[in-house]
Design a protein around this ligand. Structure first.
Ligand code: AGP
Length: 614
């Protein structure tokens, strides 16, 4: 997700744009840029790095203009560098655009524009959009607003855009679909545009939130005009902002971690965006297309990662072995890199990393690469060190994860691993077509089921209240949910500082059962799929020792409900996809317990968001 900001009015635009971009840096910070109109010329400045790099680059330059646009980037297409930074010019340089979102059909649009003589300075989908708008304008001789409307009817994907034209220095054209965009209505005919209200609220509290497929026509000094892409006039609904700056950055949530937990229906959807077609029964992972045969023929897959990403890797082991029938080993990167592992060119190594900067993971893949292995990446930060070290990969598109405890990145990683395993299984023929389609339909339905999961928050909060003072927790799971038990325990440990252990449920008998007493809450993932009956007997074993059972169960399961002390229900889904649902209540449990214990949820003690040291 990126940050967009724009201004038109009586003041100099540049300081307003820069201040606004700094407010939006939490949305993305790999490059930034501004474009302003002065003397009927668009002057554009952009730079890789944080907004301060842009400021340094622009310092000393006489940047004038009372209309302008600004952008701070979270790369989706095209690595972070100066040329891929926004804003982007049209072919003639007469138009400039900023964009937050993903144009899914940009490749086909770009190809047809290139056939019409367009040349491109970047690898971005955004530049294609502004060239398309200008191409429409030139072909049909319509005004800019109509050209934008026609072009958006050809676009598939998500967008929040602002466009300026050197021929109309009083006009901002905005449009929105699936990405947020808010218009601030200032005094004396000035207007502000941004991804959220944080850059606006200090100037005005009167805002209009665009709805999907709406176009906002902002003419300096005139009333705001709204139309939709069907060319129907819409009446602007002006709201008065109540919230304060910090609250807006967190989207109204108390902490970034809670916001990111609640973003998961959207972020899981974004991880799949443009990569699956349920109707056609296909999965298309462009980032690994050239290496799929390599993966299919691999002797084995070695997954290297740390922390939560390592837990996602464990889920990946079950997915690839169960669905694609390829042997998988999951390695702590920090151990793998030092144990002189046996690796050769028939091995495929998958590196999983949210930040893409974890030192141990980076070192592990460099070692594997030197020994001839093929390296595939699953990262969240485009252009990160690990992603640049790989031969190929798929980004998770979860957007910046600010909370140190990883939540949406975990489910995004598991989503991408599910897509990879399913795609390879289909191409290998290790999965029947009917089973493949069944899993694909179910995967597509997961965001809605996660939405449903989040409704259990109140119940989880109640359970958190009862156990916030526990000194130890045990988390148990089997099969696909064994890694989820580990992840649930890590979440609790790292933000509430309560000691917690995750175990395969059957392993409890080999020692940990000695810990069970009436003070020990035992979280058991007991969904109806997999070794359900065995998990039920594990629960009985805990109960026999007066342990307290908090069970994650499938909706409607009355058997476990009878014996557990507390239950949290998850919607039914395919066994292979249960981690995407069972991990949600465990995230919420750790969050609420940590808040009740007065812990710093977003920045827990001793932890860093990215461990770039060894
Ligand atoms: C998880 O909540 C922690 N923040 C930590 O374990 C993290 O998953 C680990 O440091 C790996 O980070 P990465 O995904 O950025 O490589």
């Amino acid at each position: 997700m990126c940050g967009i900001v724009a201004y038109v009015g009586k003041k100099q635009a540049y300081p307003i744009l820069i201040k606004g971009l700094k407010r939006l840096e939490y949305r993305g910070y790999d490059s930034a840029g501004v474009a302003l109109i002065d003397n009927n010329t668009i002057n554009l400045y952009k730079k890789q790095g944080k907004v301060v790099e842009l400021e340094n680059f622009a310092s000393g330059k006489n940047i004038e203009g009372t209309i302008g646009i600004g952008h701070t980037r979270w790369a989706t297409h095209g690595v972070p560098n100066d040329s891929n930074a926004h804003p982007h010019f049209s072919e003639s340089n007469d138009l400039a655009i900023i964009h937050n979102g993903i144009i899914e059909n940009y490749a086909s649009l770009k190809a047809s524009l290139e056939q019409r003589g367009h040349t491109f300075a970047s690898d971005t989908d955004t530049e294609v959009l502004i060239h398309l708008i200008e191409d429409v304008q030139q072909k049909t001789q319509v005004d800019l607003v109509e050209a934008v409307r026609i072009a958006l009817n050809e676009v598939i994907g998500a967008y929040a855009i602002v466009i300026i034209s050197k021929d109309n220095p009083d006009l901002l054209v905005t449009a929105k679909k699936s990405s947020p965009l808010v218009i601030g209505i200032g005094k004396e005919g000035e207007y502000f545009v941004a991804s959220d209200a944080t850059p606006i609220v200090e100037y005005t509290k009167n805002v209009v939130y665009l709805e999907d497929e709406e176009i906002g026509v902002i003419q300096r000094g005139e009333e705001l005009r709204l139309i939709n892409i069907k060319n129907q006039e819409k009446t602007p609904y002006v709201q008065e902002l109540e919230v304060h700056l910090e609250a807006i950055e967190k989207g109204g949530y108390e902490h970034f971690m809670l916001k990111e937990i609640y973003e998961q229906p959207q972020t899981i959807k974004n991880s799949m965006r443009g990569r699956i077609s349920v109707d056609k029964g296909i999965i298309s992972l462009g980032g690994i297309r050239d290496y799929e045969q390599k993966i299919i023929n691999a002797n084995r897959i070695i997954i290297v990662a740390c922390g939560t990403s390592w837990h996602a890797g464990l889920v990946g082991e079950y997915l690839f072995e169960d669905l694609a029938r390829i042997p998988v080993e999951v390695e702590y990167a920090s151990e793998f890199r030092y144990r002189n592992p046996i690796i050769n060119e028939n091995d495929v190594v998958i590196a999983i990393s949210q930040s893409g900067e974890t030192a141990d993971t980076l070192a592990a893949i460099k070692l594997a690469k030197d020994k001839g292995a093929t390296i595939i990446g699953i990262c969240n930060v485009v252009g990160s060190s690990i992603s640049r070290e790989t031969h190929a990969g798929s980004y998770t598109h979860a957007g910046p994860e600010i909370g140190v405890a990883s939540t949406k990145a975990f489910t995004a990683q598991v989503t991408v691993l599910s897509l990879m395993a399913l795609s390879i299984a289909q191409k290998k023929g290790s999965l029947s077509d009917s089973k493949f389609r069944q899993l694909l339909v179910e995967l597509d339905a997961i965001p809605t089921k996660v939405e449903q999961m989040l409704e259990s928050d109140k119940q989880v909060t109640h359970i958190s209240e009862l156990f916030k003072n526990a000194t130890n927790f045990l988390y148990l799971g089997r099969g696909y949910n064994f890694p989820v038990a580990l992840e649930g325990a890590l979440k609790l440990k790292e933000i509430s500082y309560i000691h917690a252990e995750g175990y395969p449920a059957a392993e409890m008998k080999h020692g940990p059962i000695a810990l069970i007493d009436e003070e020990m809450p035992v979280v058991v993932i007991a969904t109806k799929k997999g070794n359900y009956e065995k998990v039920v007997s594990n629960i009985e074993e805990v109960k026999a020792r007066k342990g307290i059972i908090i069970a994650i169960i499938t909706e409607g399961d009355t058997e476990v409900k009878k014996i557990a002390d507390y239950v949290i229900e998850v919607p039914e889904t395919e066994e292979a996809l249960t981690p995407l649902l069972t991990s949600i209540p465990l995230q919420l449990l750790s969050y609420h317990i940590a808040v009740m214990r007065g812990c710093n949820v977003d920045q827990p003690r001793n932890l860093a968001k990215s461990v770039t040291v060894e």
